[in-house]
Structure formats: structure tokens, C-alpha cells
Design a protein around this ligand. Structure first.
Ligand SMILES: Nc1ncnc2c1ncn2[C@@H]1O[C@H](COP(=O)(O)OP(=O)(O)OP(=O)(O)O)[C@@H](O)[C@H]1O
Length: 263
């Protein structure tokens, strides 16, 4: 399909065409149709088990759709070296999915943000050292370069992971519950980076549970409960009747719902 040649935000970064995602043939998300506009800032919200993380895994390609298609029309730009740019994706999984026991220093973890351009064995150039130091300073972690990641607090680790995202220089950034168990100051600092990415016309999608934060910062919201409940301007989507409907839809599929309700 041809992209409309209008303002950038009217072009699709991601197009969902009757997408079903799931595990062992059991759908976790289904009937998803729609478009994430290029340069948009979208929150994905929904109750536990609604399929939010599953959807991000589908977008990043870690999970193949059981049905339908996820399309990412490539950005038609030419880079300085003459090659065509692809949609570069940066993905921050939930903190619980990260193994912090690996004894890697903060500096090396952040430097990994350059892999997509330098290659695994490409080596770090002199200019890269300055960029790595800049990214570490931008998240307030200067001085922590030689600390191994296992010694960091949860909030410090999240700052370091945002530094790596900065270096990835992606046009599509996916964040899975980036502010869960993170204090107010760190959340504010990291939200400044999210706003900066939005100002730079990158497409940002974040799974979030803090509805007030979504209302304050995210213009677009997708509310899901295994299937889309509402999608569009945040204030419209986050109406109480939609939130209630989402909860009921997930509970209807949840074998533990009744027990939890009584408790
Ligand atoms: N690896 C897996 N294998 C089998 N089922 C899974 C797997 N991961 C998730 N599920 C199931 O898929 C459904 C959606 O899970 P998902 O993690 O996407 O929900 P979520 O909306 O991100 O929830 P939460 O807010 O609790 O993080 C749940 O019923 C979950 O049990």
C-alpha cells in the first residue's frame, strides 16, 4: 500500500492487520487492527494479563503472529553513507526479564547501544567514547562507569538502560513498564528523555500502569484486554466505562478472577 505523502505523523510506523499473538496456539491478543503513526507517543494500558507485553514482543519480532500481519513500512530516507535507512527498533523489556547477575560494567552495557551500527566485533571508535560518556551523563550516572550492573539499585539500572537506548538512536522505541518500582525523581528524569525522543519525531510506545502519568504525558493510548477496547486520543480512551469494560473482559478469561474478587 502506498504511504500518503503528507505530514510525517500521518504515516504509519506500524500497521496491524487482524493480528493474533499468543503462546502454544492460545491467543493472548487478537483482532488487532490499526495503525501507530510515525512520530506518535502512545501508551498501552490494560489490566494484568491483558496482552500488553505480548504485543510488544510481537512488534519487536520475538513472537511471530499466530494470524494476521504486523507491517512496518520502512522510512524512505538515505543515510550519510548512501544506504537506505531501516526502521531501527529499540526495546526495553520489563525489569524482571533482565538478568543482572552477568558481571558487566555500566560502561560496557551502555556501549552495547552502538552494536547495531558498529557490529558485534566492530570495535569502539574514538568518537564513540565521547558519545557513551555523554549518554551516561545524560541519565545522571557519570561516575558509575566501572560499577558492575549487579551492584546498582533498580532506579540506577533503569537510568543505565535508558542511556543504552539513547545510543541506539532508534526510530521506534518500545518500553515495557519502564517506571514500575522507580521513584518519582528518576521517573521524571527518564520521562524527560521520552519527551525528547518524541520531540525528535521518533515513534515511542510504552506499556504503563500509572493512568495519571499516561494522561499527563501520552497523547495517544491503546487500551487492551486481550483485544482492543479503545484506541485514540488518551482522554477519550481512558474514560471510566472503557476501563471498567477492559477489567471485565480480562476477568471473563481469567480462571482466578472470582477467587481474587472475593479476597
Ligand atoms: N511465555 C508464555 N507462555 C505462555 N503464556 C504466556 C507467556 N507469556 C505470557 N503468557 C500469557 O499471555 C497472557 C498475556 O500476558 P502478558 O504478559 O502479555 O500480559 P500483560 O498485559 O503484559 O500483563 P502484566 O500487566 O501483568 O504485565 C497471560 O494470560 C499470560 O499468562
Amino acid at each position: 500500500m502506498t504511504e500518503p505523502m503528507t505530514h510525517m505523523t500521518t504515516q504509519a510506523a506500524i500497521r496491524f492487520d487482524d493480528v493474533t499473538l499468543g503462546y502454544d496456539r492460545h491467543p493472548a491478543v487478537h483482532h488487532l487492527d490499526g495503525v501507530i503513526a510515525r512520530g506518535s507517543l502512545t501508551a498501552i494500558v490494560g489490566p494484568n494479563g491483558a496482552g500488553k507485553s505480548t504485543l510488544l514482543k510481537g512488534i519487536v519480532g520475538a513472537l511471530r503472529p499466530l494470524g494476521g500481519r504486523i507491517e512496518m513500512p520502512r522510512r524512505a530516507t538515505v543515510q550519510q553513507d548512501g544506504t537506505a535507512a531501516q526502521t531501527r527498533i529499540a526495546y526495553l523489556p520489563q525489569a524482571a526479564e533482565l538478568d543482572r547477575s552477568f558481571p558487566i560494567p555500566v560502561y560496557d552495557l551502555v556501549a552495547m547501544g552502538l552494536w547495531s551500527r558498529r557490529g558485534l566485533f566492530g570495535g569502539i571508535r574514538r568518537a564513540d567514547h565521547a558519545r557513551i560518556a555523554e549518554a551516561i551523563a545524560a541519565v545522571g550516572m557519570a561516575g558509575f562507569e566501572r560499577r558492575t550492573i549487579g551492584t546498582l539499585s533498580g532506579g540506577q539500572m533503569q537510568r543505565v538502560l535508558f542511556a543504552r537506548l539513547l545510543l541506539q538512536d532508534a526510530s521506534l522505541i518500545l518500553l515495557d513498564e519502564p517506571f514500575t518500582a522507580i521513584d518519582a525523581k528518576t521517573t521524571r528524569d527518564l520521562l524527560d528523555l521520552v519527551r525528547r525522543w518524541h520531540d525528535e519525531a521518533r515513534t515511542v510506545i510504552a506499556v504503563l500502569h500509572d493512568i495519571d502519568l499516561v494522561r499527563e504525558v501520552f497523547p495517544e493510548t491503546l487500551l487492551i484486554a486481550r483485544e482492543p477496547v479503545a484506541w485514540g486520543a488518551t482522554d477519550n480512551v481512558l474514560r471510566p466505562e472503557n476501563l471498567l469494560r477492559a477489567r471485565r473482559m480480562v476477568e471473563a478469561n481469567d480462571p482466578f478472577a472470582q477467587a481474587c474478587e472475593r479476597a
